[in-house]
Design a protein around this ligand. Structure first.
Ligand SMILES: C[S@@+](CC[C@H](N)C(=O)[O-])C[C@H]1O[C@@H](n2cnc3c(N)ncnc32)[C@H](O)[C@@H]1O
Length: 436
């Protein structure tokens, strides 16, 4: 059998003149399906992950050069609540990449590029899970994005919880035993019903975001109606979805609670009952700690083995190192000076009494988006450590925001109409008016 390394020499030339067919060698010539129109004009202030700001909006118009009838390619997509967006980090500035990078959450420490979501990677490809707001003709409207205006988009794929979230699968040897003994399969195993770590029961958690304490958030989760926990698709079939952000938020609630209790736990991605147990700190703290998956330090393998030994009957759905969730600083309190409040009111009423935002649907949304961006501390590690007293600027939608950071807070000083015109990367495309 010919090895991969040898393959090239005898293969016929591809139409492009290359000696090897592009697909077979992985030298894919990409053509963007469209260029994103985003409320973020520049990298500065753009959320580092989509989960940070649910009000960040964007739209993508499929180019006619890709499909004569772009709307055909989007048929059926409206039945999904979330989509994966694959895109090019076109504003990386250079194609340099390093094997080790310094993600902001590691506060200056290095880790391998493939264990991070750094934009600077061998192929500058990004992956974002966005909420699908609507589909209109050949255009998709998204929210909860972390991409800047003009980003070339390579692909859209529907988010399917059953495919895209790890299932609570038993180790292979357990499955064999089960098979040999013809044991009835537990309802929890990969058949879409609830399991000990089921993440598919949490729609409606958005409200939890606006609650102030962990207890309030839990109440929001508990108050969800049966309608909240299921979604009807257009064809009338009812599906239970794992809303991706909800999972993150759930973990966030759990972490918040455990931190405030002074317990050294990290994260586990579990369902509401686990969350309730987790928050129920007075009753059985040791059990909660036991159930958390903490991979701190370097010896993750040993820790994983020991975790697995303790929890063999309830394998976790996914595990992440603690640094991913534990920001170097707690989230910041965000405040607006009276001057900034006035600016925001002015901007939202526009010159002729018309709202001047393109993406936000109200002044309140704009305020919440600014709060979300700032509370996650968008500064680089360098700025956070060495230029603490410098003003920080970013643009979201038509708002150019000036703020400063102090100990545990960010204060918005000024909000002006952004002067920079919105330019499309693809001249064929025009800005699609956003709105409901
Ligand atoms: C850390 S990356 C994560 C992106 C994606 N969720 C992922 O995991 O691949 C997000 C950051 O990339 C930067 N960014 C967004 N769009 C970009 C683009 N088109 N070119 C270069 N950098 C971009 C912004 O600074 C944003 O905060």
């Amino acid at each position: 059998m010919r090895g991969l390394a040898e393959r090239g020499s005898c293969t016929p030339a591809a139409p492009c003149g290359c000696t090897q067919p592009a697909l077979e060698t992985g030298n894919l010539l990409t053509e963007p399906i469209g260029y994103l129109e985003s409320c973020f004009l520049a990298k500065n202030g753009t959320p580092r992950q989509p989960s940070i700001c649910s009000y960040s909006r964007a739209c993508l118009k499929i180019r006619k050069s890709i499909f004569n009838n772009p709307e055909h390619s989007l048929m059926g997509l409206e039945q999904f609540s979330h989509v994966w967006i694959l895109f090019v980090f076109h504003k990386n500035g250079h194609l340099n990449y390093k094997a080790k990078v310094q993600p902001p959450r590691l506060n200056g420490a290095k880790t391998g590029v493939f264990s991070t979501r750094s934009p600077h990677r061998p192929n500058a490809i990004g992956l974002t899970l966005a909420k699908l707001e609507k589909v209109e003709g050949g255009t998709v409207f998204l929210s909860g994005i972390d991409m800047i205006h003009g980003t070339p988009v390579l692909d859209i794929k529907p988010y399917i919880a059953d495919y895209d979230t790890p299932q609570n699968l038993k180790p292979l040897e357990d499955l064999n035993v089960q098979h040999n003994h013809h044991k009835p399969r537990a309802a929890s195993q990969s058949d879409g019903t609830a399991d000990s770590c089921d993440q598919r029961l949490l729609p409606g958690c958005e409200n939890a975001l606006h609650c102030h304490s962990a207890e309030e958030k839990l109440k929001c989760l508990e108050d969800r109606t049966p309608e909240d926990t299921s979604q009807k698709s257009r064809d009338g079939t009812e599906t239970r979805h794992a809303l991706p952000g909800d999972r993150e938020r759930t973990v966030g609630v759990a972490l918040e609670s455990s931190r405030s209790a002074g317990v050294d736990v990290a994260e586990e991605q579990c369902g509401p009952q686990d969350l309730k147990n987790f928050l129920d700190k007075g009753t059985d703290r040791s059990r909660n700690i036991d159930r958390a998956v903490v991979l701190q330090g370097n010896n993750a393998e040993t820790q994983w083995a020991s975790f697995h030994a303790r929890t063999a009957d309830r394998a976790p759905c996914s595990v992440v190192p603690a640094w991913v969730k534990e920001a170097p600083a707690a989230s910041l309190q965000v405040r607006f000076t009276p001057h900034a409040e006035m600016d925001l009111r002015k901007l939202s009423s526009g010159d002729a009494g018309q709202m001047s935002f393109k993406y936000f649907q109200s002044a309140e949304e704009a305020r919440r988006a600014i709060e979300a961006v700032l509370s996650a501390d968008p500064r680089s590690v360098y700025r956070r450590k060495l230029c603490q007293d410098r003003l920080f600027f970013f643009t979201v939608d038509t708002a150019h925001v000036t703020c400063w950071f102090g100990q545990g807070f960010a204060e918005v000083l000024q909000i002006k109409l952004a002067s920079e015109p919105v330019e499309m990367t693809d001249p064929e495309e025009s800005l699609v008016a956003l709105g409901s």
